[in-house]
Ligand binder design. Structure first.
Ligand SMILES: Nc1nc2c(c(=O)[nH]1)N[C@H]1C(S)=C(S)[C@@H](COP(=O)(O)OP(=O)(O)OC[C@H]3O[C@@H](n4cnc5c(=O)[nH]c(N)nc54)[C@H](O)[C@@H]3O)O[C@H]1N2
Ligand SMILES: Nc1nc2c(c(=O)[nH]1)N[C@H]1C(S)=C(S)[C@@H](COP(=O)(O)OP(=O)(O)OC[C@H]3O[C@@H](n4cnc5c(=O)[nH]c(N)nc54)[C@H](O)[C@@H]3O)O[C@H]1N2
Ligand SMILES: [Mo]
Length: 697
């Protein structure tokens, strides 16, 4: 519902009032586990600051308006802008919560299809895009994302992820901590590669502190070492793999000795990890946000796949496996010939590449600001808060203020939606039924669970999909009803999301139905992950050395040549972190979660603090190319020297209606991140490794 672990909840109701939310002990997948965020679902639902009626921004403040007049105004103004400036003048930004609502996704797809704009954005390009690009290029589909089989592996190599806090990502695994403990309990090894000794690293056999942004060098050295020591053993899938020779050539410059200084990891350690990984009876490398959001994010994501593949750990128990989901989006998309896309066109101002019909979030501000044909003049945000979640939020904020028209489909008047002319408030949590189309397909076991809506949408709110559908229909109508004639939308309109879901379940590999799922509220365990290759490969082959990635290795070589020879050049670089009692920017108005110690602090190694004459608890000024913030300092040897960390999603500003969040507003990491720093291949925001200065105040 709001988190990727998708734990089963037991909700006790009195009428339509929620009395308690607990972990569902009978749940077939999560077995009773939950984290503090589960109980907060109902706090958000009942939050007095929540917007529960459509709001219109006027010269004299925000006024409630009827849905009909809101829809009329939105569709008329959007339509006028489209007529005057063309369809690309309307932008659409979809945030992370949409990935957690199947009905919302259906609605969003419909709206996007009606708008037919190139100015589409989402949190994908601040998150998992590198993995999707690797999936598209290597396996032939952007949604073919292998999941680490953590319950059976003997060696788990984690790069740039902190699942003990994040609850796992692109790896749906409730109660991850116990799963990691079980891995060690059966004699397996956990190795964590992270500039910070995280909560996950604290559970590991080995923590390797890596210089931010250098994972591609480290991974290339691992791959090279596997070849050099003749440990490569692709196994049964070898005959479907292409390009192994090109990979070998591409990693040639990266001997462990050549990357040790730049990565901060000793050559002997790199050799040991390569040897142990390749020799383990099963092993899996896994990288997440820290791996993706850096200047070599795509190459890093690709090398993770390569490492798993050449050691025979792709598609085998204990390795990197594909799920057999009850709703199979890959199969469905392949059926209509849709595998995903990359670089079909480029952004107008900076010429960064399209991915899956979207442009990178890093160009949103400039596309709004820069005059010319295709300039974005109107924006729809759908469950997104890019002012806090996209790089250089301050610039974006100024850009939003200059839009001709903006409409936000959201729960709150927050840092982003306060710039909207209209806020269209939607349902949340228990107010809508739930089947996790995306996350059941990324779970460490094959599972399926459906939860019915427990109550009607609060106040005058509507279901997300209804709002998107209505907006799409009105915009389409003014265009003569052309776009929504496509069979899939006709079907959606006729059947509604629930029956559509039922159809998808029946069409899926397990032939389930919605009524079957409804009769089993604790979910259905469809067993451990099974080998699926080559059967599900759209092109019948594994392209281990896609030209796109090979070409980008030239850039990596140049970065190595330019790297300071002794690791540190004296300056500090900034990375992000996540906090258990928080979820991006959207849970800070829940007192149950924000009480206790102040969590929006800058972490710094004691040596760096001493060198600057800084002490625990004092306020420090952090400056980057794009901005400056002041935050309390937390001195901690968790951090490697030369690296500081600030959590993202904070910095609740004036003009928002978030009473609780404002009490402890914190500062926004993305006032410091730089929209100019992107992964040179995928254009994912490179949040990691921003050069900063830190001084006392
Ligand atoms: N409690 C909580 N849970 C969440 C979220 C949340 O905000 N709060 N957000 C949800 C979302 S949207 C997602 S996508 C997932 C993300 O899930 P994860 O990726 O597991 O979460 P992060 O904590 O961002 O982990 C990234 C790690 O990368 C490290 N890192 C930073 N730069 C580098 C680098 O250059 N190299 C390496 N190797 N490591 C680096 C950071 O120190 C951090 O420990 O979490 C989800 N779950
Ligand atoms: N520096 C840095 N920046 C990052 C990251 C990082 O690690 N470091 N992580 C990135 C990642 S992984 C992600 S996914 C993005 C997340 O970025 P966003 O998706 O932009 O941010 P969220 O905080 O998840 O904001 C969600 C918005 O949706 C609203 N909302 C919540 N639930 C619903 C709902 O059910 N319906 C509707 N209509 N609205 C809803 C909330 O009020 C909020 O406005 O942030 C990215 N930004
Ligand atoms: Mo994310």
């Amino acid at each position: 519902m709001l988190c990727e672990a998708s734990c089963g909840l037991a909700v006790e109701l009195e009428g339509s009032r929620v009395v308690s939310v607990r972990g569902d002990r009978d749940d077939r997948f999560s077995r009773g586990h939950i984290c503090p965020k589960a109980a907060a679902i109902d706090d958000i639902r009942n939050d007095p600051d929540r917007v529960t009626t459509p709001l219109r921004r006027t010269a004299s403040g925000w006024q409630p308006v009827s849905w009909d007049s809101a829809f009329n105004e939105a569709s008329e103004r959007l339509d006028r802008i489209r007529q005057e400036h063309g369809r690309h003048a309307i932008g659409l930004f979809a945030g992370n919560p949409m990935a957690h609502s199947y009905t919302g996704l259906f609605g969003l797809m419909t709206l996007a299809a009606t708008l037919r704009t190139r100015s589409r954005f989402s949190s994908t390009s601040t998150d998992q895009l590198p993995h999707m690009l690797a999936g598209l290029q290597v396996f032939g589909h952007q949604l073919l994302l292998p999941v680490p089989d953590i319950d059976r592996t003997r060696y788990f190599l984690v790069l740039g992820a902190n699942p003990v806090v994040s609850n796992g990502s692109l790896m749906t695994a409730p109660d991850i901590t116990n799963r990691l403990k079980a891995l060690r309990g059966r004699g397996g090894k956990l190795v964590v590669v992270d500039p910070r000794r995280t909560e996950t690293a604290a559970l590991a056999d080995t923590h390797l502190a890596i210089r931010p942004g250098t994972d591609a060098l480290f991974l290339a050295a691992l791959v090279r070492t596997v070849f050099e020591e003749r440990l490569e053993a692709p196994g049964r899938l070898g005959r479907f793999m292409r390009g192994l020779d090109k990979v070998l050539e591409a990693v040639a410059p990266y001997a462990p000795e050549a990357v040790a200084d730049a990565t901060g990891i000793a050559a002997a350690l790199i050799r040991r990890v390569a040897g142990d990984f390749a020799r383990a009876s099963s092993a899996v490398a896994y990288g997440r946000v820290g791996l993706c959001t850096q200047e070599f994010g795509a190459v890093s994501a690709w090398l993770v796949v390569v490492l798993n593949a050449i050691t025979g750990n792709l598609d085998r128990a204990g390795g990197a496996m594909f799920t057999t989901p009850a709703v199979d989006l890959v199969k469905l998309a392949s059926l209509v010939g849709h595998r995903g896309s990359f670089g079909r066109y480029a952004s107008r101002v900076r010429a960064l590449p399209e991915f899956g019909g979207e442009l990178p979030a890093a160009v949103l501000a400039e596309e709004i600001e820069t005059p010319g044909q295709g300039q974005i003049r109107a924006l729809i945000t759908a469950a997104g808060n890019p002012v806090l979640s996209a790089p250089n939020g301050r610039r974006l904020e100024r850009a939003l203020a200059g839009l001709d028209f903006m409409v936000s489909v959201d729960l709150y008047r927050n840092e982003t939606t306060r710039f909207a002319h209209l806020i269209l408030p939607t349902s949340f949590g228990f107010e809508r039924d739930h089947y996790d189309v995306a996350l059941n397909a990324l779970a460490v076991r094959n599972v399926a669970r459906y939860a019915p809506a427990l109550m009607a949408p609060a106040g005058d709110t509507r279901l997300d999909w209804e709002v998107f559908f209505e907006l799409a229909s009105r915009l389409d109508r003014s265009r003569g009803g052309r776009w929504l004639k496509a069979p899939v939308f006709q079907l959606l309109r006729r059947l509604g999301p629930r029956r559509m879901l039922d159809g998808l379940l029946r069409f899926g590999a397990h032939g389930l139905s919605l009524s079957e799922l409804e009769s089993r509220p604790h979910g259905i365990d469809l067993g451990p992950l099974e080998p699926r290759l080559p059967g599900i490969l759209p092109l019948g082959r594994i392209e281990l050395g896609p030209q796109l990635f090979l070409d980008d290795m030239g850039r990596l070589r140049r970065s190595l040549a330019a790297a300071p020879s002794s690791g540190l050049a004296g300056g500090l670089v900034l990375i992000g972190r996540r906090i258990l009692r928080s979820n991006n920017s959207r849970m800070h108005n829940v007192r149950r979660l924000t009480k206790g110690p102040v969590r929006c602090t800058l972490l710094m190694n004691p040596l760096d603090a001493k060198e600057r004459g800084l002490v625990q608890g004092q306020m420090v000024r952090i400056t980057s190319r794009t901005g400056e913030v002041v935050a309390p300092l937390e001195v901690s040897d968790e951090m490697m020297t030369g690296v500081v960390s600030l959590p993202h999603g904070w910095g609740h500003r004036d003009g928002v209606t978030l009473g609780v969040a404002r009490e402890r507003a914190g500062v926004s990491l993305n006032d410091l991140t730089d929209e100019g720093r992107v992964d040179g291949l995928s254009a994912t925001a490179a949040f990691s490794g921003v050069p900063v200065e830190v001084r006392g105040t």
